[in-house]
Design a protein. Structure first.
Length: 492
């Protein structure tokens, strides 16, 4: 009887797992559109559908893949639906990776896959939000899966490099996953008894070519659009000072935060130890430690306390749980690895004071709404006390402003643009980009030239922009106030 249950479990256990994923993810489909980053993605996606070129005509500081997904989606509901499907595929590919890594060790496969599915889809790490970190997991995991399979023809290395390039084009820190794979392959090469140097060089060259080719193609494309400088600056060069901005008060060395350099030294020290003791570690342990170290470093690049940054470390962290089920005598000491990595994660959460999102209120709010124990207005207020005002504002703009007319918002509510189906005046969709990237003069020149019909002021944005407010007072009149949002209408 017990054997029969185990057999059934092995065959069908993914079904209840995917039901769990659906239950964890379902609320995200019905959420109101109030998450700032998603507002930027959809605003840029909308701009592309109307012929604007990213970086040249409208700005954000990420590579283009995320905006491409947003452009294909067209609206918030479809964007979240794509993310839902993407999440199911990601969990399944991770399951395949776990099978390759742990073979017939069924307990290891089931515990690693379940851990990954829960962590990446829970509210704790903002699994409900379609951020770049969540999208880049699929190409990253697929790349590792291709490399770990027993049969690896030459084209596999090119494909793995291209997939990690795709992940990097979602967000630059994914390049550290590529570095982890390169280091892992190098250590594996030194373990081989019969070293075939020419074959190794060809494989490595294909991996590198696969990684750099898609990035090069984007560079060529933006060069043809007259946006090469803006693209390289926004998506790559500008990110270093931007990411370091929250660590500006920390001790510096060579223009970089000292703690960042200390973490880098720690990562390279660990890699050196893995290389020295490589024959005493299982293949799984080497992969997990190297991957975790690089992804941990990447997640902490900015020192910003956003939990979705930690999504990048969840694949190796989840895989480490499988080491608890390795019973060979020489690998028994590896059982300390998952405990150590979990401690590192918890210590990171506390040390960097990552924001905490509680799961119970989030899911309780949705299921109370689903069971009609809450009205839509009550459900919306749970996310932001201003949510209903935001939707009212978007509706007002749709009915009082022609679709071809651009608007300008002084505030950090970019979701108004796709909600109202209007384009922003100028390249910037949020006030903090104007401030962080010193876009004051550029913004004023465009405002004075285009004179949008409506300007919206969010009272929560209190940072000064005196030239703008003097001009606003001269050229615009207050037409309506909705909650904390003031709508100013252009005079003659």
């Amino acid at each position: 009887m017990a054997k029969k249950i185990v057999k059934i479990l092995k065959k069908y256990w993914l079904i209840p797992l995917f039901i769990l994923v659906l239950l964890l993810r379902l609320p995200s489909i019905f959420e109101p559109f109030t998450y700032g980053d998603e507002g930027i993605y959809l605003a840029l996606g909308q701009a592309a559908r109307r012929g604007l070129v990213w970086y040249r005509d409208i700005h954000d500081n990420k590579p283009p893949m995320l905006y491409l997904v947003a452009a294909l989606a067209g609206n918030f509901s479809y964007y979240r639906l794509i993310y839902l499907i993407w999440s199911f595929i990601t969990v399944f590919v991770f399951y395949q990776l776990s099978r390759v890594l742990f073979g017939k060790n069924f307990p290891a496969v089931i515990i690693t896959t379940t851990t990954f599915a829960f962590l990446t889809n829970s509210h704790t790490f903002e699994g409900n939000v379609a951020n770049a970190e969540n999208f880049m997991l699929l190409p990253t995991i697929t790349a590792f899966l291709l490399i770990l399979r027993p049969k690896r023809p030459y084209k596999i290395y090119f494909s793995a490099g291209a997939l990690l390039s795709l992940a990097t084009l979602f967000k630059v820190p994914a390049a550290f996953d590529f570095a982890a794979l390169c280091i892992f392959l190098l250590i594996i090469f030194f373990e081989e008894k019969k070293k075939n140097y020419p074959l190794y060089v060809v494989r490595y060259a294909l991996l590198l070519f696969g990684f750099f080719l898609p990035i090069l193609l984007t560079i060529i494309y933006y060069a043809t659009q007259g946006a090469l400088y803006q693209y390289l600056t926004a998506a790559f060069f500008q990110n270093l000072p931007y990411l370091s901005s929250w660590a500006a008060e920390q001790p510096q060395a060579g223009g970089l935060p000292l703690l960042l350099l200390t973490r880098a030294l720690g990562v390279f020290s660990l890699i050196f130890l893995i290389f020295i003791f490589r024959k005493r570690l299982s293949l799984a342990a080497k992969l997990i430690l190297i991957w975790f170290a690089f992804s941990w470093f990447a997640a902490l690049l900015s020192s910003r306390p956003y939990p979705h940054y930690l999504v990048q470390i969840l694949p190796p962290l989840s895989l480490s749980a499988g080491l608890l089920f390795l019973w060979k005598k020489q690998y028994l000491k590896e059982k300390i690895i998952p405990i150590t990595l979990l401690f590192v994660l918890l210590a990171t959460f506390v040390t960097f004071q990552f924001w905490r999102y509680r799961n119970r209120p989030y899911y309780l709010n949705f299921y109370q709404y689903a069971l009609r124990q809450k009205s839509q207005q009550e459900y919306f207020v749970h996310f932001d006390s201003r949510t209903n005002d935001i939707y009212q504002l978007a509706s007002y703009l749709q009915s009082h402003n022609h679709v071809s007319e651009k608007i300008f918002i002084w505030g950090n509510i970019p979701f108004i643009y796709p909600l109202a189906r209007r384009l922003p005046t100028g390249r910037y969709t949020v006030a903090y980009h104007i401030i962080d990237f010193n876009g004051y003069q550029e913004t004023m020149e465009i405002l004075q030239a285009q004179k949008p019909q409506y300007i919206i002021i969010d009272s929560q944005e209190e940072r000064p922009f005196p030239e703008f407010f003097i001009w606003l007072e001269q050229k615009y009149a207050l037409e309506k106030q909705i909650g904390e949002f003031k709508l100013h209408h252009r005079l003659l």
